[in-house]
Design a protein around this ligand. Structure first.
Ligand code: ADP
Length: 204
């Protein structure tokens, strides 16, 4: 399979990964989003449903045929070995599908969005470059509060389970400071886009 130049894009919850990825896509990059792939695999008719039914029983699948996310979230929250079992099924499928989509990309480079890129390690080796979207923690919390119905306690507990800001920054080749407005983000993305075009051309 053709191997495109891959930029791994990561950042904590609410840092602005999706907003940054949209910016790269608008400039012509291909975007492969592992969260989106996970959702598609676990939607009704998705490629993971039968394996999940075999592993967790009918109770894990809702009437519509999709993974019952609420039931599964409670189950894995209550029992870490259940989380491992779920991840052992889903992670290789997500990996295979993201490889497939990267291989099909026609764009000059691929932005591979992986929320836990630094934490899980599995994707680092296939990224030519690691780009971290970075904001102060307070701003992260404010933006997630505005976006979703999560409580600030819940957001903090998600953040506590993710890599620290320092760890993430230390692993980055490039850091997008997303503490400004969306226009500011767009111009930072544009600057990096030019860099990635040049790096991709050199590597190809
Ligand atoms: P992530 O994908 O990292 O979880 P999002 O891209 O969804 O983060 O951004 C979190 C929220 O903050 C979204 O509602 C998004 O529209 C908003 N947002 C992102 N970047 C900015 C910005 N620079 N200024 C204002 N709001 C932003």
């Amino acid at each position: 399979m053709r191997r495109p130049f891959v930029v791994g894009l990561t950042g904590g919850i609410g840092s602005g990964k999706s907003a940054a990825a949209d910016g790269f896509a608008a400039l012509g990059a291909a975007v492969v989003d592992t969260d989106l792939i996970a959702h598609q695999l676990t939607a009704a008719g998705g490629g993971a449903i039968e394996a999940l039914r075999d592993a967790f029983g009918n109770a894990a699948i809702s009437e519509t045929g999709a993974l019952d996310r609420v039931a599964m979230r409670e189950r894995v929250f209550a029992d870490p070995s259940e989380r491992q079992r779920l991840e052992r099924i889903l992670h290789p499928m997500i990996r295979r599908e993201s490889d497939r989509q990267c291989g099909l990309a026609e764009a000059p480079y691929v932005v591979l969005v992986v929320p836990l890129l630094i934490e899980s390690g599995g994707y680092v080796g296939r990224c030519d470059r690691i780009c971290v979207v970075d904001v102060p923690e307070q701003l992260q919390i404010e933006r997630v509060l505005r976006r979703s119905g999560l409580s600030s306690d819940r957001i903090r507990s998600i953040m506590a389970a993710q890599a620290s800001r320092e760890t993430r920054r230390a692993a980055a080749d490039d850091i997008i400071d997303n503490s400004g407005d969306l226009t500011d983000l767009r111009s930072r993305v544009e600057t990096l886009h030019r860099l990635y075009l040049a790096l991709a051309a050199k590597s190809g």
